[in-house]
Design a protein around this ligand. Sequence first.
Ligand SMILES: NC(=O)c1ccc[n+]([C@@H]2O[C@H](COP(=O)([O-])OP(=O)(O)OC[C@H]3O[C@@H](n4cnc5c(N)ncnc54)[C@H](OP(=O)(O)O)[C@@H]3O)[C@@H](O)[C@H]2O)c1
Length: 340
Amino acid sequence: MSLQYRTPSRLGRPLSVIGQGCWQIGADWGDVSDESANAVLDAAREAGVTFFDTADVYGDGRSERLVGQMRQRAASAEGPSAPLFVATKASRRADPFAPESFTEENLRAWVERSRQNLATDTLDLVQLHCPPPAIYRDDQVFDVLDTLAEEKKIAAWGVSVETCEEALISLEREHLASIQIILNPFRLKPLEQVVPRAREKDVAIIARVPLASGLLTGKFSADTTFAADDHRSFNRHGEAFDQGETFAGVEYELGLEAVARLEHALRWEMPLPEASLRWILAQDGVTAAIPGASNGEQARRNAAAGSVATDEQQQILDRFDEAVRETYDELLRESIHPRW
Ligand SMILES: NC(=O)c1ccc[n+]([C@@H]2O[C@H](COP(=O)([O-])OP(=O)(O)OC[C@H]3O[C@@H](n4cnc5c(N)ncnc54)[C@H](OP(=O)(O)O)[C@@H]3O)[C@@H](O)[C@H]2O)c1
C-alpha cells in the first residue's frame, strides 16, 4: 500500500498526504540528538514522504539545517528520488507578539536566514508563524511576501494560524497558497467553515498537531510523566505559548476520557494513531497531515496511514467518524469550540 500524493493548485507541486512535522527535531520535546533527528527524517523519506514542515525558530534554526542536510543526502543518494517539498515558517524570531516586528527589513532577514539554513535559493513555502492577530489585516506584510515571491526567494506563502477566524481573514488574500491549522479528532471546528471555504478557493489545508501531541495515540495514562523540557510538561496550561499547541488545547484528563471512547469504537481493529490520521485525510479539502515523530518507527507507521483505505478499513473509519463527532459534542465542544 503506497502513500498518496496531492497537488494543490496554488502550490503547483505534489505533496505526500502525510508530511513529516519537524518541530520535535528542533526543540521543545526534550533532548533529541542529531542522530535520532536524522533517523526520523530518513525513515520518513524512505517511506515515501516528500513533504517536510519546519520553522526558523525550531531549535533556533537547527530543525531547518537538519532538513536541509537531509535534502542534500536525498539528492546525492543513488537511484531516482521524488522531489522534496519543504515548508518553513517565519515571524517568531522577533518578539512574536509585537506587530511592529513585522517590518520589510525583518521579513527579508528571516527569509534570508531560512534560505541559508535550508541551503536553497527559493523556499518552497513560507508560512507566517502564528503572528499577532493584527498582522492578518496588515496589507504591507502581505505585499512584502508577494514581492519576495516575485523575486523568487519564495515560491509561495501561506499562514499557520491559531484560530478559525484568523484562517477566514487570511482566505481573503489573493495569493494565499496554504493554511496550516490544528485539525484532528479533538478539533472539528475548522471543518465547519475553514476547510470548505479553502476548498472553494483551492487553498491547501495542512492539518497540524494531528495526534494531539501524542494523546491520540492512546499510549498515555494518568500516570504518564514528561520531561521538564518537553512542552507537554511546561506548556500544559499555555504557560509558554498558545495552549492549543499542547494536546490540541484539550485538558489532559478529559483527553484520556475522550481517547477511551474512540478506542472503544475502534474495537482494536485499527490502531488509534492510524485511525486519527486516516480520518483527517478523509476530510474533503484537507491536503495533508503533518505528524511529528520521536523515532523512525513512528515516522514509518505514520507514513503508512497515507495509503488509500481498503473497503474494510473504510467501514472501521465510518464507525470512527461517528464516535469522533459524538465524543466531540459530548466532551470537548464546550471548551474547544469557542476558543479556537
Ligand atoms: N504554530 C505552528 O505552526 C505549529 C505548532 C505546532 C506544531 N506544528 C507543526 O505540526 C507538526 C506536528 O505537530 P506536533 O508534533 O506538535 O504534534 P503531533 O503530531 O500531534 O504529535 C507528535 C507526537 O506524537 C507521538 N507520536 C507520533 N507518531 C506516533 C506513533 N505512530 N505512535 C506513537 N506515538 C506517536 C510522538 O511523541 P512521543 O513519542 O514523544 O510521545 C510525537 O512527537 C510539528 O512537528 C510542526 O511541524 C506547527
